[in-house]
Design a protein around this ligand. Structure first.
Ligand SMILES: [Ca+2]
Ligand SMILES: [Ca+2]
Ligand SMILES: [Ca+2]
Ligand SMILES: [Zn+2]
Length: 535
């Protein structure tokens, strides 16, 4: 088995694409399969080992935190930062009942000393009773009525502590399909004492994205049994669903390692764009943020293309990427910012796990726009240049305009530029606006400017000009915030506090990077909290 770069020939867009075949600093591909597989296997083992180590001492950590004896901690993930500190995420249970919203992230030394902790709701979570008055069957009926979904995968008695007074609830999981063909997987919460419907949360996160868009690109592929596979050494690979809406699809293979033709007339083309997006996203996380893929364990992800018929969206379902072919099956949603956006949903769900509702949902969407944009700049593709727009290549609106604008989110007609206490009532793709605006301001600063030949004009909500600290700093500050400070219900106030702290940890008190972070949060109207760059 050998790896070699491949070139995707992208018809109409090849003119200025001068990436040399075989060069490409892209992904350093080892020469042999076993050698290539070893680093990924080692990373998986290391990730499992750390999780096991922290789980083994989770009871001791719980005591060190002062948690009650009826509470137990389950380790969800361990992230080791550039300072060698461990950030351990836990789910909590109370006498065996899982606490929804009970998550916390603690910073630990390798010896196990707790140096910091962020509770999603509070340190102490209690409920008066541990048994349900409402039957599981009645809860399922309520969930079915609320969601219109009857395919039920599980019902579990939990402590619901997302907001309000913690209470005993039934969590009912259902599956179905949304009006636009997107699959649906909902978690519905029903009060186990009163039977009241609490809320229903969609678990499938969508993007809206498309390539015939990136010109001639270099891909890492695998040669096996006389054919080439659209798959890299980490296990990022692309499959063809051929119009299906389920299943894993068929791995793209090719005889000569030259893939697609830059248009939908060749069904490999969408696979090329999806695989390019996946490989660049993996390389971005590894190179810029020191993260070994979505799961931080060295493994890549599957990207399924040609989903459904005329499906005008893309989605991440917790394990894989899926792309539709767009209206008339003419515009697959496989542009690199959309690919980076969708896969970053996977990073979010494996770190802060921001719930796809209210303000946390807006932060979740903005996080995907921020890292999707960072991936696009990282790829440095001359056909799809890095910009602060989302979906400028896929023309979902049909009039040539992007889906979203980070310099001035209101240009989409729906997203606010400024934070307000009612922003959490908006659709998560709009409540993301203020944080997208923050990222632009913290990176580039306010006012008119041109980046990569693209013109922007970013206002501030407080009338105070912001000086940017560069995209690299803003990207690293947001990643540290996401991975070490935020939890499932975090909103804009926690984002501001966490980002200022992260900036100080990375760059120091009163550093230019911290001041840009702080002034940009003031410029999007997030009220001042306890953290400042000076304290
Ligand atoms: Ca070929
Ligand atoms: Ca672009
Ligand atoms: Ca873009
Ligand atoms: Zn999204």
């Amino acid at each position: 088995m050998s790896f070699r770069p491949a070139v995707a020939v992208a018809g109409a867009l090849t003119a200025c694409a001068a990436l040399a075949m075989g060069s490409a600093g892209a992904i350093a591909a080892p020469a042999a399969g076993p050698a290539g597989a070893a680093p990924a296997a080692a990373a998986v083992a290391a990730a499992d080992g750390l999780r096991g180590q922290e789980q083994a001492r989770a009871a001791a950590t719980g005591r060190a935190l002062g948690l009650g004896s009826s509470e137990s901690l389950t380790v969800r993930s361990v992230l080791v930062d550039e300072f060698g500190q461990r950030h351990v995420r836990y789910e909590r249970s109370l006498d065996g009942l899982r606490v929804v919203g009970g998550d916390l992230v603690a910073a630990l030394t390798s010896a196990g000393a707790v140096t910091d902790v962020h509770y999603n709701r509070a340190k102490d979570i209690a409920v008066a009773r541990r048994s349900a008055d409402v039957s599981a069957g009645a809860a399922r009926a309520t969930a079915a009525a609320a969601t219109g979904q009857r395919g039920q995968s599980a019902t579990e008695l939990v402590v619901y502590a997302v907001e309000g007074t913690p209470r005993l609830a039934w969590e009912v999981r259902t599956d179905g399909i949304q009006a636009d063909q997107t699959p649906s997987r909902r978690a519905t919460y029903v009060d186990a004492s009163t039977g009241e419907l609490i809320e229903s949360i969609e678990q499938i996160v969508t993007g809206t994205g498309n390539s015939q868009y990136s010109g001639t690109v270099t891909l890492a592929t695998i040669s096996s049994g006389g054919v080439f596979q659209l798959k890299d050494a980490h296990g990022n690979y692309a499959t063809d669903l051929n119009g299906a809406t389920s299943g894993t699809g068929t791995l793209f293979t090719d005889a000569d390692d030259v893939w697609g033709n830059g248009s939908t007339s060749n069904r490999q083309t969408a696979g090329v764009d999806a695989e390019y997006g996946a490989e660049q996203t993996y390389a971005f996380y590894a190179t810029v943020l020191g993260r070994a893929g979505i799961w931080n364990n060295g493994t890549g992800a599957r990207s399924r293309v040609h989903y459904g018929n005329g499906y005008n969206n893309a989605f991440w379902d917790g394990t894989q990427m899926t792309y539709g072919d767009g209206t008339g099956n003419a515009k697959p949603l496989t542009s690199i910012d959309v690919a980076g956006h969708e896969m970053s949903h996977g990073v979010t769900s494996n770190t802060a796990n921001l719930a796809y509702r209210k303000e946390s949902g807006g932060l979740n969407e903005a996080t995907s726009d921020i890292f999707g944009t960072a991936v696009e700049f990282f790829a440095a593709n001359s056909v799809d240049v890095g910009d602060y727009f989302i979906g400028e290549k896929i023309d979902l609106r049909g009039n040539g305009t992007p889906l979203r604008y980070m310099d001035q989110p209101s240009k989409d007609g729906s997203s606010p530029n400024c934070y307000s206490s009612t922003v959490g009532r908006l659709d998560v793709h709009y409540s993301s606006g203020p944080l997208n605006h923050w990222f632009f301001l913290a990176s580039e600063g306010s006012g008119a400017r041109t980046v990569n030949g693209v013109a922007y004009n970013s206002p501030t909500c407080n009338g105070v000009a912001v000086t940017g600290a560069g995209r690299d700093a803003a990207t690293k500050i947001w990643y540290r915030t996401l991975t070490t400070k935020l939890t499932s219900s975090s909103g804009y106030a926690a984002a501001r506090e966490g980002a200022i702290r992260s900036a100080k940890e990375l760059y120091g008190q009163n550093s230019a990077q911290c001041l840009a972070t702080e002034s940009a949060f003031s410029a999007i109207s997030v009220p001042k909290g306890t953290q400042t760059c000076a304290n």
